[in-house]
Design a protein around this ligand. Sequence first.
Ligand code: PMP
Length: 420
Amino acid sequence: MVYKIDIQSNRKSQDGTILGKISDFHEQLIVHEREKVNILKKSPLTSVSDTEVTYYDRFEKKEKTALMFASNNYLGAITNQICIDTAIEATKKYGIGSGGVPLLSGTNILQNQLEQAIAQTKGFDDAIVFSSGFAANLGALAGLLSPDNLIIHDKLNHASLMDGTIMCGAKMLRYKHNDLADLEKLLRENSPLYPGGILVVTDGVFSMDGDIANLPGIIELVNKYNVLLLIDDAHATGVIGEKGRGSLSYYGIAQRDNIILTGTLSKAVGIVGGFITAKQEVIDYLRIFSRSNMYSTALPPSVLASAKAVFEFMQTTDIVERLNQNASYLRTRLKQEGYNTLDSQTAIIPIVVKDQYLLTQISKMLLDRGIMANYIFPPVVPPNLTRIRISVMATHTNEDMEYLISSLNEINATHPIKKS
Ligand code: PMP
């Protein structure tokens, strides 16, 4: 049976069921079999054991297992026994919730300890934790900037940074991805027009391409034009730099007064929550003026304690090295086999499949072979860069990665991926 989904709207399928909101896609997508909708409406996980997961297949109406290559759980922290025990102990001691916003009754001693651990790991004076990385980015931008300011974004920055920009009302310009000449052009043209201040914003590691911001060059420019820099280290924390300290550590750059760093506790740290770390005056100011912190309930004790345990786990074991060995192995092997992995340098590895319909078929074929990956369509990426997005974990084995490659090769024989 052929189902035609009008991606601009939210139409019903022929059997009258709503196929899910598939808004924002630019073109129509023809789905030839009911199961292909799988890609757009995820099957829920029913159990997780490190890199192996069980999910409920809605169409076959049964549980199936898959090898996880789609999770931000880069270090395997989600199922790490020490981190789990720490969460349980904290819950027994303090209960399941914080009971208030941070500035009223919600600040637990565990929050102060986690904030110190984050600031120390990142090399800044102090930190504030938020209920999510998204909230941290909103809080930083809306707290620090006003309509008199200009924000200059890398074109591939995360959506939360865009939304923070809309919230603060500052003017926004975007430079070509990681392109220093384009950034300098915008700074040169605009710095005389914005005496109130300019903020340059970049992801540390880009969430769709897996490449790393050119921070030495960007910092040279922000110093030259005397403006501020915000780095979103969501996918850099626990992944790059010495013991996972992030993007500044990756380049051996120390704390600077004109840098503000944000991040999340939901990716390599494996839980939920976000943070801002910066010099003391900025943090003191944001505790009062970042509304997504001030008016939002503080994180529960289990999260605060286990997040700190994950930071310790990073510092005291070789887990980050293992992650990077795996990421480097898989990137090298995929390139050797002829796949287009763009400029990935990290544990996020895109495999470009330019044809959107082909990509929906490949997603089904990989899942049939027991591989769970992510599939990225417009508007998240341009139509000619739709992709399989692989996330490597420290706990994948070489056999797991070779199984992924042999599955891709098998699929490639009938559904060409390599020529993308
Ligand atoms: N920044 C980046 C670069 C991200 O990829 C994400 C998560 N998609 C966030 C911020 C938001 O983090 P969280 O999921 O913790 O809200």
